[in-house]
Design a protein around this ligand. Structure first.
Ligand SMILES: *[C@@H]1O[C@H](CO)[C@@H](O)[C@H](O)[C@H]1NC(C)=O
Ligand SMILES: *[C@@H]1O[C@H](CO)[C@@H](O)[C@H](O)[C@H]1NC(C)=O
Ligand SMILES: *[C@@H]1O[C@H](CO)[C@@H](O)[C@H](O)[C@H]1NC(C)=O
Ligand SMILES: *[C@@H]1O[C@H](CO)[C@@H](O)[C@H](O)[C@H]1NC(C)=O
Ligand SMILES: *[C@@H]1O[C@H](CO)[C@@H](O)[C@H](O)[C@H]1NC(C)=O
Ligand SMILES: *[C@@H]1O[C@H](CO)[C@@H](O)[C@H](O)[C@H]1NC(C)=O
Ligand SMILES: *[C@@H]1O[C@H](CO)[C@@H](O)[C@H](O)[C@H]1NC(C)=O
Length: 459
């Protein structure tokens, strides 16, 4: 046993290092569409939180796309409903205000079932998509409103289609929208972007209909990208729960499950965008000594000023609570979740640690990007937006990103490997052996290679 076997071992190790840039078929699929951007670092801005988070305060350098959330549907004629009079100026100036600061930022008008103030019923969407005349009215009015107010795109945030005929009609609507957008683009400079905001997984749980799946072909073919709402997993829980864990051994309700389900169903990764919540879920504990996840609760947490809903808190509101030195902050590295408790109050939320691991997960999955929901809930320094953007850019723009192992290793979970599919823990375990080389290791390996070449040529 001399130096040669050792050298060969090292060389074989080095040969496994990526030296070429890999383009997956999915990436090719995306670059063939000229409207698809290189990356998406998006934020939803809640028009109804304007008084707390005005457009003029947004740090526009932190995003590539901003969503105006939202307008709803007028159920009398299926046209887009104009906002209340006092919000009309906001709609009219949103895009121009943002672009004055950052001309490369794109703005997208979101049409939603839930506009945060009125509760537009899913029934209005159901009847609109089911009827060709009503679909045409919807398409015409949304496109017109987007253009008159200088938006670059349209988003359909139907939460959620709930029958198989809803799903089939949604597919038809998306195809018709795409056709109209392409047609219109011939007479205008650039086509409107078209996105949809969808359930966290491609398969809907907790709906009366069985086997309710999104129309994958219509989604992949007609949308520029799809935003998966990767949060709100335990809205009506009667025990404390993590609202948006990345991993969950016990159920399907996790971001890793949802993202993997969309990818497995066939959406190209470069057309999928992962949601990260800037709100937390709060409860009052039954017993303040029982303060783990899964602890009994007596009620939803207190309504706060800006988030304005019991059981919900904005990141900025949680940060205020954290100023109290008696508040306990904990990070759960198995599920990638954070929570605080203080007396009887218990809140789960996405801390900066959670955001870091989730963004790295999105990078490792080669997703087109992420969106923050909503940026109105960030603190006044836009700390979460900055954290997400910094981590995304540092990795995405690194020369190693093109290599499939090129993303910095997320710091956790260290003990428990990632689980993409809650039902096959063994598959997840085997993945834990795929440790990626860090930038430093790659540099080190290159030095070893140079040394070996030198050594071998001098033999
Ligand atoms: C906005 O974010 C950028 C990028 O992180 C930062 O350099 C800049 O200082 C921020 N601007 C303000 C006004 O905070
Ligand atoms: C909206 O309507 C749904 C179902 O009709 C209901 O469960 C929900 O509580 C309503 N939300 C608000 C904010 O009123
Ligand atoms: C579609 O909607 C239009 C306008 O409301 C109505 O006149 C027509 O009867 C509807 N068509 C069907 C098939 O329901
Ligand atoms: C909407 O319909 C009106 C009236 O038919 C038409 O003039 C306009 O061009 C349409 N707009 C779009 C965006 O299709
Ligand atoms: C809070 O929500 C209620 C409806 O639930 C609404 O009437 C009220 O105007 C909202 N308050 C603020 C400050 O937005
Ligand atoms: C924002 O940043 C400034 C300067 O670093 C700091 O003094 C202030 O406390 C921060 N505000 C929040 C809400 O974090
Ligand atoms: C994860 O949590 C466990 C238990 O709290 C701890 O022992 C371990 O060091 C943590 N790992 C990381 C990487 O933080």
């Amino acid at each position: 046993m001399g130096q040669v076997p050792v050298s060969l071992l090292l060389i074989s190790h080095l040969l496994t290092l990526p030296t070429a840039i890999h383009h997956t078929t999915a990436q090719q699929e995306c670059t063939s569409l000229n409207t698809v951007p290189h990356q998406v670092r998006a934020g939803y801005w809640f028009s109804h939180s304007d008084r707390y988070s005005p457009v003029s305060n947004i740090n526009t350098s932190l995003y590539t796309h901003l969503y105006y959330y939202s307008l709803s549907l007028d159920d009398t004629d299926s046209r887009v409903a104009l906002p209340p009079d006092d919000q009309l100026p906001l709609l009219a100036t949103f895009s121009t205000t943002i672009k004055a600061e950052n001309p490369s930022l794109k703005t997208i008008l979101s049409i939603a079932t839930d506009d945060g103030q009125t509760n537009v019923s899913n029934a209005a969407f159901s009847s609109m998509v089911a009827n060709q005349t009503l679909r045409a009215a919807f398409i015409n009015s949304t496109m017109e409103l987007a253009r008159t107010n200088a938006f670059d795109g349209l988003d359909l945030a139907w939460q959620f289609p709930s029958s198989s005929s809803d799903m089939a009609s949604l597919g038809i609507l998306l195809a018709e929208l795409r056709a109209r957008i392409n047609e219109e683009a011939q007479s205008s400079s650039s086509p409107l972007l078209l996105t949809a905001t969808v359930y966290f997984s491609n398969h809907l749980f907790d709906v009366p209909a069985d086997n309710l799946d999104y129309p994958m072909e219509a989604i992949s073919d007609n949308l520029d990208w799809t935003n998966a709402l990767c949060f709100g997993y335990h809205k009506n829980s009667d025990v404390t729960a993590f609202d948006a864990p990345l991993y969950d051994k016990a159920s399907h309700f996790s971001t890793s499950y949802g993202i993997t389900s969309w990818l497995d169903a066939g959406i190209p990764a470069c057309k999928l965008v992962m949601g990260v919540p800037l709100y937390g879920r709060s409860w009052f504990l039954k017993n303040k000594m029982k303060n783990e996840a899964g602890a009994p609760v007596v009620a939803a947490g207190p309504r706060q000023k800006m988030s304005n809903q019991t059981g919900m808190m904005a990141y900025s509101e949680i940060k205020e609570i954290l100023k109290d030195p008696d508040v306990v902050f904990l990070y759960d590295n198995q599920t990638v979740s954070a929570y605080i408790h203080s007396g009887r109050l218990w809140v789960s939320f996405d801390s900066l640690e959670v955001v870091e691991v989730k963004i790295k997960f999105a990078l490792q999955k080669r997703l087109l990007g992420y969106f923050l929901w909503p940026i109105s809930f960030d603190d006044s320094n836009y700390t979460v937006s900055k954290q997400a953007s910094d981590i995304w850019l540092r990795n995405h723009d690194s020369p190693y990103y093109e290599d499939e192992n090129g993303v910095e290793q997320a710091p956790s979970p260290a003990q428990l490997p990632p689980q993409d599919d809650a039902l096959t823990p063994s598959a997840a375990l085997s993945r834990s052996t795929h440790r990626s080389p860090t930038t430093h290791q790659l540099h080190l390996d290159l030095y070893i290679l140079l040394f070996l070449l030198f050594y071998l040529t001098t033999l």
